[in-house]
Design a protein around this ligand. Structure first.
Ligand code: UDP
Ligand code: MG
Length: 160
């Protein structure tokens, strides 16, 4: 039998990963999801979603005084995004590495932004910057019941 790892969800690290409207428009949804899947994190929530302005403003509230804030809100609400909750020990920092630097021209080749984007204002994907923000953002973007409780059959082959 597959051993069941019983872990209260509050102890499990989660990152909120979002494919931004440019990633959706450019047909990069499969490519981006695939990178997190192949790495070995567990997908707990996934939806295509048209983000309202107030939610975008709340999500990026720490940046509200930056000069680029209005353009950022226009960008994030300009078309559907793909909202994801990914789970696993170390997922927040690891996802940031997979995503690469904020400016895609500075992002290393092999990262999502390094391979697939050229401008900070069109950098195709978001990833939470701390486990606390991972929790906050997943609660902000997903409603009760939208996350799935499941175990991957790969778990014993990923975690010893
Ligand atoms: N952003 C921008 N211009 C800037 C800095 C940031 O348009 O000079 C946008 C960009 O889409 C970035 C988002 O604001 O991804 C959030 O900025 P943050 O510094 O949190 O970067 P991230 O965590 O996404 O790498
Ligand atoms: Mg950030």
């Amino acid at each position: 039998a597959v051993p069941q790892r019983i872990v209260a969800s509050s102890e499990v690290e989660r990152s909120y990963i979002m494919i931004k409207p440019d990633g959706v428009q450019r047909g990069l949804v499969g490519e981006i999801i695939s990178r997190f899947e192949k790495k070995g994190f567990l997908l707990k929530g996934l939806k295509l979603f048209q983000c309202p302005k107030d939610l975008a403003q709340e999500h990026y509230k720490d940046l509200k005084d930056k000069p680029f804030f209005p353009k950022l809100i226009d960008y994030i609400t300009s078309g559907p995004v793909v909202c994801m909750a990914w789970e696993g020990a170390g997922v927040v920092a690891s996802a940031r590495k997979l995503i690469g630097a904020t400016n895609p021209l500075q992002a290393e080749p092999g990262t999502i932004r390094g391979d697939l984007a050229v401008q900070t204002g069109r950098n195709v994907v978001h990833g939470s910057d701390s486990p606390d923000n991972g929790k906050r953002e997943i609660e902000l973007w997903f409603k009760e019941g939208e996350l799935c409780q499941w175990e991957s059959v790969q778990a014993p082959w990923l975690i010893e």
